[in-house]
Design a protein around this ligand. Sequence first.
Ligand code: F6P
Length: 286
Amino acid sequence: MSGPLDDIVATIAETAPDVRGGLAGRRVYESGANPSGETQLAADVYADELLAERLLGVEGVSAYASEERGSVRHSDGNGDGAYRVAVDPLDGSSNLRSNNAMGTLFAVYDEPLPAPGAAVVASGFVLYGPITTMVVARDGTVTESVVEDDGTRRVVDPDLTLPDEPTVYGFGGRVPQWSNAFAAYVEAVESELKLRYGGAMIADVNQVLTHGGVFGYPGLADRPEGKLRLCFEGHPIAHVVESAGGASSNGDRSLLACTPGGLHDRTPLFVGDERYIERLEAALSG
Ligand code: F6P
């Protein structure tokens, strides 16, 4: 017996080989920009269209939203479905031209979008690295699977938890744009952990899930709201990391306690080891 949440996760896994297979020929930029004003690669648009079609075909899904489209798309047939899926179809897609890792990130909400973090009922990501893996958070448990070429999943860790011993960190944004308080925090972190930053949030957070540590993209002097989007990046990655025993923050409180005003709202974002998130909040509040 499978329910809508199983079907949503299976649909994303089954779509992963198609997204991956379509990358090589889609490293060129489209003429338009996404709703956040960023250039789109043909691969962003391709992944978004595949996921929209397939997820809106899942029984129980009434709406699909993505970083690549301005408004929520509603299902024709399942208008009263309980679940709304928010997707970043290709997180870190600027890594495509340099052939570095990137991924597909999703959150399933049981309220209309844009919804509060408390409405996330499942979340996860596909990581297109040397192999394709999928991490899914549901009911307080995180599983990691390898996604085979036919879209089937082979579980490699049925209960993924953040390692107790933190090892790595990665922080985005240009250093001169950081606040003094954040820069002082980073100086302390740098003396304790080692840098791992690749420019795709999913890949960078997966390093934290694997090795322990902390990832963040802070508010910047010229962009106090930060770069990452609450609905498409903040809520899903916070739900994954918190379900794995870690913590999340917007600098002040858990990202899952945050409610977006608009679908494409951005947020400062910090996830990882609970002690490092606590220290970050203390540093930023001082
Ligand atoms: O979604 C935006 C994104 O690609 C994230 O995956 C990543 O963490 C960030 O931007 C990288 O930004 P920057 O190029 O400023 O390091």
